[in-house]
Design a protein around this ligand. Structure first.
Ligand code: R5P
Length: 325
C-alpha cells in the first residue's frame, strides 16, 4: 500500500489517552503520523476524575491507549470514564488499548473467598462500552477468554529478541523464572538459538517466594531470564541468586512490564544482575531511573502498538506481525 492510500485508509482513526503513559502514546502517534486526540483528563477538587473530549469524534474509530499501571486504580478509572465518554459521543468503534493489563495476576480462585479481579476488570471495560481490546504480554494468555469482545494479544518478543540478537551473545542460556513462563522462554530460546533452563519458583504470598532448583544446565554459561513483569523484584532477584549458585556467569534480565514497586530498584541493584531490559509499556519513575541508571535499558514497543492499531483499523492480519519474523 502506498503512503497516499495508507493515509486515506487511516483518516477515520483517532488516538486518545489519560495520564498513565503519555510519552508512549505520543510515540505511537508519531509512528502512525497522526496527532494525539485532544482530551482533558483532570481532577475535580475532591479527587474525582473529570474528562472532556475537545474535538468531534462522531463516527470515528477510537483507540484509547492507557496502560493500567500504578497508580492502578486511577489509571483504570480514567480508562473507564474515557470509554463512557466516547460511547456517549457517538464514536463508531472504541478499542481499549492496554499495553499493560493491571490486576492480571488475580486470574483464578486459588483459595476460598478471593475475587477474580482480572475478570472483574474485563467486565468493567466491556460494560463501559469498549468494542475491542488490544493488549500486550498478559500475565496469563487465557485472560483473553474473560472478554466476549475481540481481543488482540501482542507480544513484546520481536522488540526484546531483536535487542539481544544485535548483541554478541555466545554461550548463553534462556531462563524461565518459573514453570508458567516456559512457553514464552522457549520462543526466545528457539529464536535466539540458545538452550533453555527453568527455575523452580513457589509463591506463598505477594512477597513470599521460595526458589528451589534449576532444571537445565547453566554452569559456566551466561543467562537471560525472561519474565512478563517485575513488580517487587523478588522473583527475578531470587532466580538470579540461584543461577549464580549453580555457576552461571553474567546474568541478564528481560521483562516486558517494569511495574517496579516498593524497593524493587534497590533489590535489583544489589542482585547479581548485569543488565535489565524492559519496555516502555509502563513509564519509569525518576527515582527508579536514578537508582538503576545504566543497569536498566528501556526498549520501545510503540511501533508494535502503532502497527497493530493500523492493522485493526484496516482489517489486516495481526498474527502475521509475529510470524513474519
Ligand atoms: C509471576 O508469575 C510473574 O511472571 C512475575 O514473575 C511476578 O509476578 C513478578 O513479581 P515480583 O517481581 O513481585 O516477584
Amino acid at each position: 500500500m502506498d503512503e497516499k492510500n495508507r493515509i486515506e485508509t487511516l483518516s477515520g482513526i483517532k488516538i486518545f489517552t489519560g495520564n498513565s503513559n503519555r510519552a508512549l502514546v505520543e510515540k505511537v502517534c508519531d509512528y502512525l503520523s497522526i496527532p494525539l486526540g485532544n482530551a482533558t483528563v483532570k481532577r475535580f477538587p475532591d479527587g474525582e476524575i473529570d474528562v472532556k473530549v475537545e474535538e468531534d469524534v462522531r463516527g470515528a474509530d477510537i483507540f484509547i491507549i492507557q496502560p493500567t499501571c500504578p497508580p492502578v486504580n486511577d489509571s483504570l478509572t480514567e480508562l473507564l470514564i474515557l470509554i463512557d465518554c466516547f460511547k456517549r459521543a457517538s464514536s463508531a468503534r472504541i478499542t481499549a488499548v492496554l499495553p499493560y493489563y493491571g490486576y492480571a495476576r488475580k486470574d483464578r480462585k486459588d483459595e476460598g473467598r478471593v475475587p477474580i479481579t482480572a475478570k472483574l476488570v474485563a467486565n468493567l471495560i466491556t460494560k463501559a462500552g469498549a468494542d475491542r481490546l488490544l493488549t500486550m504480554d498478559l500475565h496469563a494468555a487465557q485472560i483473553q477468554g474473560f472478554f466476549d469482545i475481540p481481543v488482540d494479544h501482542l507480544l513484546a518478543f520481536p522488540v526484546i529478541s531483536d535487542y539481544y540478537r544485535k548483541k554478541d551473545l555466545s554461550d548463553f542460556v534462556v531462563v524461565s523464572p518459573d514453570v508458567g513462563g516456559i512457553k514464552i522462554a522457549r520462543l526466545y530460546s528457539n529464536h535466539l538459538h540458545m538452550r533453555l533452563a527453568v527455575v523452580d519458583k513457589r509463591r506463598y504470598g505477594p512477597e513470599e517466594i521460595e526458589v528451589g532448583f534449576v532444571i537445565g544446565d547453566v554452569e559456566g554459561r551466561n543467562a537471560i531470564i525472561i519474565d512478563d513483569l517485575i513488580a517487587t523484584g523478588g522473583s527475578i532477584c531470587q532466580a538470579a541468586k540461584v543461577l549464580k549458585e549453580k555457576g552461571a556467569k553474567d546474568i541478564y534480565v528481560a521483562a516486558t512490564h517494569p511495574v517496579l514497586c516498593g524497593t524493587a530498584a534497590e533489590k535489583l541493584n544489589e542482585a547479581p544482575i548485569k543488565e535489565i531490559a524492559v519496555t516502555d509499556t509502563i513509564p519509569l519513575s525518576e527515582d527508579v531511573k536514578k537508582s538503576l541508571g545504566s543497569k536498566i535499558k528501556v526498549l520501545s514497543v510503540s511501533s508494535l502498538l502503532g502497527e497493530a492499531i493500523k492493522r485493526i483499523h484496516t482489517n489486516t492480519s495481526i498474527s502475521s506481525m509475529f510470524t513474519e519474523q
